[in-house]
Design a protein around this ligand. Structure first.
Ligand SMILES: NC(=O)c1ccc[n+]([C@@H]2O[C@H](COP(=O)([O-])OP(=O)(O)OC[C@H]3O[C@@H](n4cnc5c(N)ncnc54)[C@H](OP(=O)(O)O)[C@@H]3O)[C@@H](O)[C@H]2O)c1
Length: 290
């Protein structure tokens, strides 16, 4: 039975991946940070589905999860690893506290590397596949999302290098690049934007407050109208099971369009489009007029 480890399965894309792959008959090890999230997932899935406590920033926790999975899969190894866990904290780069930046990189980039290193021996055994859930933000930076852009661009680069290194071992590495997807991330972004607005010093709020509010409103609106997480789960399924897995999977609302524009348009054009689409340009003009 193919066995897959997925990180961040309490909600959203990770949960959809866990339930989709479970329904296909795979042995799913679903990473969660709270036991109750594991219980809820198990109730929604089959008896095969195994919740595993897995915080990607906690090395001891990763080792314990790896040991549990190794014991269950034995010599057959691991067919797939889906690095999906992620968070988003909006903040202007000018006022980005270094500890917040480091923490974001830890969850969205370094944590994935730690999980990959822990599970690679099992993946090599099965000539398995690694699916890294990046984002359109891994190739298109948005204003006030410097933390996220840095981590996701890093994940894209890491994935390219790893794919080349793993080719001879028969371990395929790909990235899934979601656009707008309706998940819990939306509510978290609204909450974190409020916290951020409180945290900024007065001059930071004067300079960026309106833009932060506009960005949160835009992302929230786009995500509400966005694709169901199952759309991304389908891309992940293709990446894990197809005889010819791709290297990149744009998935969900807006992903293909934005990534094509990024490829064909000169940077200044792209900057104008992103500035307008995120509400940043208009909010900056308003702030300037005050
Ligand atoms: N939604 C979108 O529009 C969108 C677009 C592009 C890319 N993505 C990417 O898709 C992935 C999933 O996001 P989502 O939209 O499904 O958001 P979500 O519903 O908020 O899910 C994020 C998951 O990551 C988990 N997580 C957070 N910190 C973790 C840590 N330190 N260790 C392990 N797990 C952790 C969360 O667990 P807790 O419940 O314990 O916090 C949750 O299960 C992310 O990598 C995100 O960047 C999403």
């Amino acid at each position: 039975m193919p066995a897959v480890v997925i990180t961040g399965t309490s909600t959203g894309i990770g949960r959809a991946c866990a339930l989709t792959l479970d329904a296909m008959g795979m042995q799913v090890f679903a990473g969660v940070r709270r036991r109750e999230d594991g219980d809820a997932l198990r109730a929604a899935g089959s008896d095969r589905l195994t919740p595993v406590l897995l915080d990607v920033t906690d090395e001891a926790c990763i080792r314990a999860a790896r040991d549990l999975v190794a014991e269950r899969v034995g010599g057959a190894g691991l067919t797939g690893l889906v690095n999906n866990a992620g968070t988003t904290v909006p903040c202007p780069v000018e006022y980005l506290p270094l500890d917040v930046f480091r923490r974001q990189l830890e969850v969205n980039l370094t944590g994935h590397l730690a999980v990959i290193q822990a599970f690679l021996p099992l993946l090599r055994r099965a000539r398995g596949r690694i699916v890294n859930v990046s984002s359109v933000g891994g190739r298109v930076g948005a204003p006030l999302m410097g933390c996220y852009a840095a981590a996701k661009h890093g994940l894209e680069g890491l994935s390219d290098s790893l794919r080349l290194e793993m080719g001879p071992a028969g371990v395929h590495v790909c990235v899934v690049e979601p656009g707008f997807v309706a998940t819990a991330m939306r509510g978290k972004l609204e909450r974190d934007t409020d916290t951020e607005l409180q945290r900024l010093p007065r001059e930071g709020r004067d300079a960026y407050g309106r833009q932060l509010t506009a960005l949160a409103a835009t992302i929230s609106r786009e995500a509400a109208d966005g694709s169901a997480p199952e759309v991304v789960a389908r891309a992940v399924t293709h990446a894990l099971t197809s005889r010819r897995p791709r290297v990149r999977y744009p998935a969900g609302a807006g992903a293909r369009r934005l990534l094509t524009l990024r490829r064909v348009l000169p940077d200044p054009w792209m900057d104008r489009i992103i500035g307008r689409a995120t509400g940043y340009s208009a909010a900056s003009r308003d702030a300037g007029r005050r």
